[in-house]
Design a protein around this ligand. Structure first.
Ligand SMILES: Cc1ncc(COP(=O)(O)O)c(C=O)c1O
Length: 445
């Protein structure tokens, strides 16, 4: 970072290289260093960096019409992208579903919270407003999204500003909050949602929001078979909406268009962001199922909400170009094969005494570092293990995504790997080699 910078950085105590070019899985810095992007820049970049077609499609759209306010016009790229997303969604979105485009994931979460509230108003249920969620989750950085979020460290400074609508247990087998084992646990974590309906305040619950696979906060916690289905059943039988936050997992990242499709679940709302435009434009969306749309159509007809830049023509043109690229290059089909390659490369790490767990789905992996492999005991937070691993990988020119807190919100170190779907077997081997070297350096093997 230049010493004199006008940019408000993520961290004043760190320096940041200046990214000047992207090529496939590589990011090239101004000083010529080449970094292998094993993180996909926070699980965003799916088609790789520097794909010319996307820029061309955005320029073409911009030269036609760059902006038209949604209170006055709809545009062709937004219409087209909405249809394509609905076609990828579960069956309950196909006949009569709609898409509300935003500029990112947090705006999608805010939109979903308000959609859930107004859905119940349209149905004459004035008292329903609480959106339940899970501890150890992340749904965005705006205040509504933080209120449903359960990331202890990210919430801490803002607690006085946040609404408290209720959080249930996370679904995290490696550190089960009930200290049980699947399947003997009988999905106690899902049943924790049902207990919320035993309280006197059950009639003010509007919705439940969850990440089908928990991303950054837990380091890719994949639920056991039956969890998502049971959660869906509890929501349905208690008359509340189910919101699947697929900002990280959507658009192919886990090997299906949406992660909920691994389990045949039909949420009422699906949130997307990140991969929808692969980082080429700020874009997010809420997919709204037919029954929710119908409540608005039959009721007031208007959603009391809006952003100036919603359904932006250039961003949605980028989204269409990204989907075209994913389809033309059969990249959805590459996810599982590339994931297996990467997993294969990581396999030798699994026996290391300080690697507690390697977990994941598709091309989304978490690696958890532990002090004691037999008990899963974490390192003290102050040792900053995840950051040290990131740093050591960076010295090998490989980018990873480190986080702390997977055990109790503060302790627990893990890194996330979410490379572009285009990652080659050789590049998977490079990532694995960098990690092995980082682990040896940090744990002084
Ligand atoms: C699951 C999930 N939801 C919401 C968000 C917020 O998205 P954004 O940072 O685009 O606002 C994120 C971002 O990391 C996320 O992973």
């Amino acid at each position: 970072m230049p010493t004199r910078s006008g940019l408000f950085p993520r961290n004043f105590k760190k320096s940041f290289p200046v990214a000047s070019r992207g090529e496939g899985c590589w990011i090239i810095a101004e000083d010529g260093r080449r970094f292998l992007d094993a993180s996909g820049q926070a699980a965003v970049v799916s088609i790789g960096h520097g794909v010319d077609e996307i820029g061309r499609a955005m320029a073409e759209q911009s030269s036609q019409i760059a902006f038209a306010h949604t209170s006055q016009f709809h545009t062709a790229p937004a219409e087209r992208l909405a249809e394509r997303l609905l076609a990828m969604a579960p069956p309950n979105f196909r006949n009569g579903g709609r898409v509300y485009f935003t500029s990112g994931g947090s705006e999608a979460t805010e939109t979903a919270i308000k959609l859930a509230r107004q859905f119940h108003l349209e149905n004459g249920q004035q008292n329903r407003y609480r959106v339940l969620s899970r501890r150890q989750s992340y749904h965005g950085s705006t205040l509504g999204a933080m209120s449903v979020g359960g990331n202890v460290a990210r919430r801490a400074p803002y607690e006085p500003l946040l609404a408290e609508w209720g959080h249930i247990a996370p679904c995290f087998c490696y550190h089960c909050p009930f200290e049980k084992t699947f399947p003997e646990c009988e999905l106690a974590c899902a049943e924790d949602l049902q207990t919320q309906f035993g309280s006197a305040r059950k009639t003010d619950i509007a919705a439940f929001i969850f990440e089908p696979v928990v991303g950054a906060t837990l380091g890719v916690a994949v639920p056991p078979e039956g969890y998502a289905a049971r959660i869906s059943e509890i929501c349905r039988s208690n008359g509340i909406l189910l919101i699947a936050d697929e900002v990280m997992t959507g658009i192919g990242r886990t090997g299906k268009p949406f992660a909920v499709r691994h389990w045949g679940v039909e949420p009422d709302l699906i949130l997307v962001g990140k991969g929808i435009a692969s980082g080429y434009a700020p874009l997010g969306a809420v997919l709204v199922s037919a029954r929710v749309v119908e409540a608005f159509e039959r009721g007031s007809g208007a959603f009391t909400h809006g952003f100036t830049y919603q359904a932006h023509p250039v961003s949605t043109a980028a989204g269409n170009a990204v989907l075209d690229y994913l389809e033309a290059h059969k990249l959805y089909e590459r996810v599982n094969a590339a994931g297996q390659n990467l997993r294969g490369g990581l396999a030798p790490l699994e026996t290391h005494q300080n690697i507690g767990d390697v977990r994941g789905l598709g091309l989304l992996f978490g690696i958890e570092f532990v002090k004691d492999k037999s008990t899963g005991e974490p390192f003290p937070r102050e040792q900053n293990i995840a950051e040290k691993i990131r740093q050591a990988c960076l010295e090998e020119n490989v980018l990873t995504y480190p986080t702390q807190g997977c055990v109790d919100g503060l302790r627990g170190d893990h890194i996330l790997l979410a490379p572009p779907f285009t990652i080659s077997p050789d590049q998977c081997a490079l990532v694995a080699r960098a990690l092995r070297s980082a682990v040896a350096k940090v744990f002084l093997d």
